[in-house]
Design a binder for this molecule. Sequence first.
Ligand SMILES: Cc1cc2nc3c(=O)[nH]c(=O)nc-3n(C[C@H](O)[C@H](O)[C@H](O)COP(=O)(O)OP(=O)(O)OC[C@H]3O[C@@H](n4cnc5c(N)ncnc54)[C@H](O)[C@@H]3O)c2cc1C
Length: 478
Amino acid sequence: MQFHLNGFQSGDPRKCKIAAERLSRDNRCDVIIIGSGPAGLILATQLSAHKEITTRVFEQKLGPLQIGQADGIACRSLEMFEAIGIADEILRESYWVNETCFWNTSEKTGRICRVDRIQDVEDDLSEFPHVILSQARVHDLLLEKMSYGPKSISPEYGSQFSHFEMTGEKDYPISAHFLKLDGQKEEVIKTRFLVGCDGARSKVRHSIGQKLSGQSTLQLWGVMDVLAVTDFPDIRLKCAIQAGDVGSLLIIPREGGYLVRLYVELGELSYGERALEKNITAEMLEKKVKEILSPYSFECLQIPWFSVYEVGQRLCDHFDNGKGTSSSCGFPNIFITGDACHTHSPKAGQGMNVSMADSFNLGWKLAAVLKKQSSKRILKTYTEERQTIAKELIDFDREIAKLFSRKTSWHRKENRFQTYFQKFGRYTAGVETCYGKSILVLSDEHQSLAVGWKIGMRFHSAPVVRLADAKRIQLGHI
Ligand SMILES: Cc1cc2nc3c(=O)[nH]c(=O)nc-3n(C[C@H](O)[C@H](O)[C@H](O)COP(=O)(O)OP(=O)(O)OC[C@H]3O[C@@H](n4cnc5c(N)ncnc54)[C@H](O)[C@@H]3O)c2cc1C
């Protein structure tokens, strides 16, 4: 967006003046997005920057997320937020994870003790830190941004996607059906592209014949945001605590300086068992936290949010309806992103980050194709690129989950969780992604022309002084 282009106008330049073109409720559009989680909102925000593209977002919930869910924002996600234009707000409001502590039960004393305190993100990995901000707040910022884009978009709440059919029409080949949860009659919309950002129980995934496969048992996690009084010394630092047989705990301080997020591992669910059936209460989680932190004291004054969250490391073979090289129309036109195509444990903090990265990858490609700036062939690179990355991340997550649960004693053996955490810091920061050879990424035949810039990886920013106006800027931001 460019401001003061057509003469000076007062007001916030981030809010597009031509956003006047409000959402048309036509029964045809270019892109339908199902779901307004982080994956759906990133895609919608990207598309709202193109006034020629008509996008509609359908969400079964009755309104925006208010509280809870994921909260870790990796460096790479902040780079992406910078491109979208919301990084400054996020940096201002968030908790910055600059250091991480590791605690273990000492064999000598039988008490938990700090094993190490390390820098969380290695120097010069990114111009941005790793931060913590509530997913609900990230949603707010994205919702605001997309409503002020050149093509204003706002989610249509209370609309549940039920199924789609292929119309056989050239321009609008997909017809999607929605049930209105306020009892109004079903709505049917025709579209060029359909994107399922509809989470782990995705109907879109099911409709294109894909399934999440992988781990058959699910891990159970208790998560709570608490206002606590404690003498545990590292309560304002991210901590991974392995208290031998008693259990494992992750402490993530929350933005604002008061609340703390606690992740308590509650073991595996047996086949077919659901988290809700376990009847876990906030009091049970608090008791477990006290046991893990003992002999430090820990009293919860308030528990504003708690959830019991079941998760397995699972992945789909294809993230679109193209089944590799061919589909009925020669290129994919139905896609799935985020939890709809892969799920992770919260330990490596990847759920929201990888979901947003999928959509970011797809968003510019859809825009380029719809604006006729690119061949439809680039759409095939979405699955090629993102499925490979998701697989790598799931392998990483599986390993880190195993290590975090392992009962280690730091006197006896090397703490492998910590070593792994440090070694794979680049993964969790989201900057290790490297896409293989495709119509977008050349082979490394010409790598010598770009020494230090690995082909297939994201552009690593550097501080520079712009010659034209002598301003200090980050190269990556322009
Ligand atoms: C209860 C809960 C707690 C979580 N806690 C944590 C946590 O503590 N830490 C962590 O790292 N991660 C957590 N996660 C996971 C993290 O939130 C996800 O990885 C991330 O939100 C994935 O984003 P997404 O957009 O792909 O999917 P989601 O955030 O699941 O969004 C999908 C959206 O699609 C909507 N939808 C689904 N089906 C339909 C339909 N048929 N029609 C219309 N709309 C539909 C849903 O209502 C939802 O809003 C949690 C997830 C849940 C559900």
